[in-house]
Design a protein around this ligand. Structure first.
Ligand code: ZN
Length: 187
């Protein structure tokens, strides 16, 4: 599949965290990795739209009376991808190093979601990002890689992470192949 087709298949919506919100620090990042998360929110209705509302309007957890702000770049469910931050800006999702070196992707896991469709959509998004940013499959990492947290909880089970990366690899290789097809070249 070509880059344009794959991009169009994502059903991407843009709902950025407003400038000036505490969880949008506006700090530039150097993108070396893509960090994958699961929301760990199994509640009914905890889909991409609901997480997008939360991260734009609240965006913090209160622990012992202290606000812990969080943010990430994309939220994915079985119907859509919602972009929450420009990829050039830092989000707060993966610890100090992970935040300053990676794009954060949250994959929903609520009751009633078609989970495989959500993972497939996320793998297409990640393939497009790798392609656009000239990164490699080895640059896709888990939240656990940065901080040890058990996240993405569903993809850390059994062979799931390897299967997920294989899916990304096949979309990425498909785009590279199609872009090199001589029939595509304007002469
Ligand atoms: Zn996480």
């Amino acid at each position: 599949m070509k880059r344009g087709e794959l991009g169009a298949s994502l059903n991407l919506e843009i709902e950025l965290i407003p400038d000036g919100r505490p969880n949008r620090p506006g700090v530039p990042i150097t993108i070396k990795k893509i960090t994958v998360h699961n929301t760990s929110n199994t509640g009914r209705g905890a889909d991409a739209a609901s997480h997008s509302n939360w991260v734009r309007n609240t965006g913090y957890y209160e622990i012992n009376g202290k606000r812990n702000y969080v943010s990430w770049h994309y939220t994915v469910d079985d119907h859509r991808v919602i972009k929450q931050l420009p990829i050039s800006e830092m989000g707060w999702h993966a610890g100090r190093r992970g935040n300053s070196l990676s794009i954060g992707i949250e994959i929903c896991m609520h009751q009633g979601i078609d989970q495989e469709t959500a993972f497939d959509r996320a793998s297409r998004l990640i393939a497009v990002l790798l392609y656009d940013l000239n990164l490699a499959i080895e640059d896709v990492v888990t939240h656990k890689y940065w901080t040890g947290k058990n996240c993405p909880v569903l993809l850390l089970q059994g062979q799931k992470w390897e299967e997920f990366k294989n899916k990304i690899r096949s979309y990425l290789e498909g785009m590279i192949q199609d872009s090199e097809d001589p029939a595509d070249q304007d002469v």
